[in-house]
Design a protein around this ligand. Structure first.
Ligand code: JBK
Length: 237
């Protein structure tokens, strides 16, 4: 997978060198390039923003440098982190993991001139994504989140692909609680079932815990579950 990130704060993306993403880059699974948007400015002050048409607070990112940047870097799937985007979810992460090429546009100020996205959409897929209903300074931290969620799904990145199966949201539910040694810690025991060696009981216990957690913490996820996702055991519960 080839990834290009365009930002006015390239140093924000330094964490891409670390951990699993850094390893994916080193092993050739992932090719990432971070670009300073000001590369595509032509004035002496390297201006990237201007006042909004229609008035209002703040500044808007000018279309010219973005147009030049996307002309050079495209085509690819353009991802624009934005509070106005579609919710970023695990299914969307899986969809993006299947793309050969992602281009991230990091907006700042009040956002990017809409014509940049409209013009790009004439020649490549464009998706505005939101991490949640809150306001950030810009899209850079969202790029780190989206990229981590996507890259860890790429074949060869995780040592044990099985861990993708059990984790939260992999089956639409929150994952069950986890425990490790010691069996007793500050008078708190590990649930007996997890030490029973009965793999059928353990699987059922974990499934029950997932359903309970999801019902308590994220009831919004339950209606989305397709009927076949609830096996015979669940229905009996
Ligand atoms: N919420 C927000 C923002 O305020 C600015 C850029 C990106 C996001 N987001 O992805 O959620």
């Amino acid at each position: 997978m080839r990834v290009d990130v365009v930002t006015i704060f390239p140093e924000y993306l330094a964490p891409l060198e670390l951990s699993l993403i850094g390893k994916a880059r080193a092993t050739g699974i992932l090719d990432v390039a971070v670009h300073d948007l000001r590369t595509w400015t032509s004035d002496v002050h390297r201006t990237v923003d201007d006042t909004p048409y229609g008035g209002g607070p703040g500044m808007v990112m000018r279309p010219e440098p973005w147009g030049e940047a996307l002309d050079e870097l495209g085509p690819g799937h353009l991802i624009v982190p934005s509070p106005a985007g579609v919710r970023f979810t695990q299914p969307l992460a899986h969809a993006l993991a299947g793309e050969p090429r992602l281009i991230f546009a990091c907006g700042r100020y009040e956002g990017i001139d809409q014509r940049v996205l409209d013009h790009a959409a004439e020649r490549m897929p464009v998706t505005e994504v939101s991490l949640g209903d809150y306001v950030l300074f810009g899209g850079e931290v969202a790029v780190l989140v989206v990229l981590e969620a996507v890259v860890r799904l790429l074949p060869g990145v995780l040592g044990n692909a099985d861990s993708l199966i059990e984790e939260s949201h992999a089956d639409g539910l929150l994952e069950a609680p986890v425990y490790t040694k010691p069996a007793q810690w500050r008078d708190l025991p590990v649930p007996e079932v997890l030490r029973s060696g009965d793999h059928g009981r353990i699987a059922r216990w974990r499934r029950d815990q997932s359903l309970l957690r999801t019902a308590r913490r994220r009831p919004d996820l339950l209606p989305a579950l397709p009927p076949q996702a609830l096996d015979r055991h669940d229905r009996a519960a």
